[in-house]
Design a binder for this molecule. Structure first.
Ligand SMILES: Cc1ncc(COP(=O)(O)O)c(C=O)c1O
Length: 356
């Protein structure tokens, strides 16, 4: 059986976790999490990093700390995981959907301009499958219109914009460390930001609004969004091997791309040198056939995220033709870090035969 994706945390991380448990550690969020935050901030070229329980609460928390008003509108790409938009809806902010570009599957700057009005306060930009897209144009548009830019970098660990890691274009960036991500805690997330004030607010927000552990004075309305050092132990070890993780993901993508390049019924959007894919995504009118043939060989795939406007909760949005085309014919192929060359060869052979 070949899974679409499975977590590979590594032997060293497992050993470290056992060592951590054997010592009488306090388990909850403490020194190891602070170490992880420091290391992740350094890796992403950001000043501050704050760990959270997942990559949905991260986004909600950023929005909750931005002093937004109920009439404010938040613009989200129609091709992203539903969490990106739900994070805004949960706090009763108004969400509007923006179409994607047919060059890179990320938010389309021209459609963004069409959707901006006097109530637009935030744009959430997702680097779909690690593709940078036209973030620099989006950043300029946001600046000209005094709109906060937040990056949803859940797919984009290892993607760079010139010399800097993604996540530095706007006020903050959100990461997920869920099971299939390049660094996994099982469930987990983090916010990076270069804004000291926002970082302070986020720390208060995730800790009941209190400035210190054990201090029960709450000047700020907050929740409990802390994580555990058990999670951070394994994440920290994975972060130490991040260069090789990035290299493997890029290699897997290029290997598939090469084996499928002659197949005229499949479209693959390129992953550039500065980008790291999260998974391998293909687009084809024949994905049903491909999926079935692979499944018959115990090989699992996953449909790409359906366009948000095809979900019941967002179906009032129309006229999003590019995302409505691509996101209904996309498939994630097996992309685990421990996937073997031979397995990719087998998968591509089946795909090429099935679509011939
Ligand atoms: C683009 C994107 N944003 C947000 C999320 C939500 O992250 P989490 O599952 O950690 O809540 C995901 C999860 O897959 C994602 O892919």
């Amino acid at each position: 059986m070949i899974y679409q994706i499975r977590p590979v945390i590594g032997d060293k991380a497992k050993k470290k976790l056992i060592q951590y448990i054997k010592k009488d550690n306090w388990i909850t969020e403490h020194k190891v999490t602070y170490d992880f935050e420091k290391s992740f901030a350094k890796f992403t070229n950001s000043k501050y990093c704050i760990a959270f329980p997942n990559g949905t609460i991260t986004m909600s928390s950023i929005l909750a700390c931005l002093n937004l008003k109920k009439k404010d509108e938040i613009l989200v790409s129609n091709y992203t995981m539903v969490a990106t938009a739900n994070a805004a809806r949960f706090f009763n902010f108004k969400v509007k959907l923006v179409d994607i570009s047919n060059k890179d599957l990320c938010m389309c700057p021209n459609d963004l301009i069409r959707k901006i009005n006097k109530n637009t306060r935030v744009v959430i930009y997702t680097q779909m499958n690690g593709r940078l897209g036209q973030i620099n144009k989006i950043k300029k548009i946001c600046k000209e219109n005094s709109i906060h830019l937040i990056e949803d970098s859940a797919h984009a660990i290892g993607t760079y914009n010139s010399k800097k890691h993604v996540g530095n274009a706007g006020i903050a960036s959100s990461y997920s460390f869920s099971m299939p991500k390049l660094i996994t805690m099982g469930q987990g997330g983090a916010i990076t930001t270069n804004n000291l004030n926002l970082s302070k607010k986020l720390r208060l927000f995730k800790n009941f609004g209190r400035s210190k552990e054990g201090n029960d004075i709450h000047d700020f309305l907050g929740y409990n969004f802390r994580i555990t050092d058990m999670q951070s132990v394994i994440a920290l070890e994975q972060l130490k091997t991040i260069k090789s993780r990035i290299k493997i993901k890029k290699k897997i993508f290029k290997f598939y791309q090469n084996k499928l390049k002659e197949n005229k019924s499949i479209q693959i959007f390129d992953i550039k040198k500065n980008e790291t894919p999260w998974s391998v995504d293909i687009y084809s009118d024949k994905i049903e056939t491909i999926r079935k043939k692979l499944l018959a060989n115990n090989i699992y795939t996953r449909y790409v995220y359906p366009p948000l406007n095809t979900q019941k909760i967002y179906n009032n949005f129309k006229n999003l033709p590019v995302s409505n085309n691509y996101c209904t014919k996309g498939l994630w192929l097996p992309s685990s870090l421990d996937l073997k060359k031979k397995e990719i060869e087998k998968i591509c052979k089946i795909i090429n035969r099935a679509t011939n």
